[in-house]
Ligand binder design. Structure first.
Ligand SMILES: [Zn+2]
Length: 266
């Protein structure tokens, strides 16, 4: 019974998001699949966590448009999320919801789900709000100051935004948890989400495929062409590891950190 309701809710929300251009057509289709699985197999609590990510990140993408215009040439895609972006951010969460359907009494699925969502929320908040940092960001690997929007660069505002995005999901996850929870659960999910976002930056600074625009002489994630229309050339990183796969790794690492903490501390 829950699956058809989940499907209906997912269709309505994906359609609305498509209409306000938060999702592309393919992104809306992927969101229906992800939303149906999470709501239908998890339950309303799972849907609340998914929606907190989806709504807050869609709003943040729309804010400060002017300030973000200067970094738009760096990001691989625009504000409208497509299918691979949706699956990168929500695919692991949907998979964990399926695991929950198999192991309904296991609390770990809930915390792994919450941490995966905390990580992608932290990363999205950091990306959207980090550009407001008054000073240029620094590479997470060597501290070198770089252009705003550079992959793997972190800033004070971005890191605080990541902490905010992570703790919002953690707070909700603890408040509506279908399992016993405590401030330890809150701290674990918050930290796992923050570390997931930092792991995303680390991959961005090291192995993510980064290109160069020969016309603008700028680093960018955009491939095969820059925003200016010039074909971009590989600069560094593994060619197959694009931004979507890095976001997927961010979600997986968020869930992974929760398992690690549980194993080490509990
Ligand atoms: Zn260019």
């Amino acid at each position: 019974m829950q699956l058809p309701v989940g499907f209906l809710a997912a269709v309505i929300i994906a359609f609305l998001a498509y209409r306000v251009r938060s999702l592309s057509r393919s992104g809306a289709a992927a969101a229906v699949v992800v939303g149906t699985l999470i709501f239908g197999l998890g339950g309303w609590q799972w849907a609340v966590i998914l929606l907190s990510f989806f709504i807050s990140s869609s709003i943040l993408t729309r804010l400060f448009k002017k300030r973000k215009a200067e970094v738009d040439e760096k990001f691989s895609k625009g504000g409208q999320r497509d299918a691979s972006q949706v699956l990168a951010n929500g695919g692991i969460a949907a998979l964990i919801a399926a695991l929950h359907a198999i192991f309904p009494a296991a609390p770990w699925t809930w915390w792994a789900f919450a941490a995966a969502m905390a990580a992608v929320n932290a990363d999205t908040w950091a990306t959207e709000l980090g550009v407001l940092n008054p000073h240029p960001p620094r590479l997470i690997t060597n501290g070198q100051a770089v252009d705003r929007g550079t992959s793997g660069a972190i800033s004070l505002y971005g890191t605080l935004a990541a902490l905010g995005g992570s703790s919002l999901v953690a707070l909700l996850a603890v408040s509506i948890a279908p399992f016993p929870s405590s401030w330890v659960s809150f701290a674990m999910v918050t930290l796992a989400g923050l570390l997931g976002a930092l792991f995303d930056s680390f991959l961005g600074a090291t192995v993510q495929s980064i290109y160069q625009c020969p016309a603008c002489n700028k680093e960018t994630e955009r491939y095969p062409t820059h925003l200016c229309g010039t074909p971009t050339t590989p600069l560094r990183g593994w060619k197959w590891l694009d931004n979507d796969l890095v976001n997927l790794a961010c979600a997986i690492s968020g869930a992974g950190f929760v398992f690690l903490f549980t194993w080490v501390f509990l």
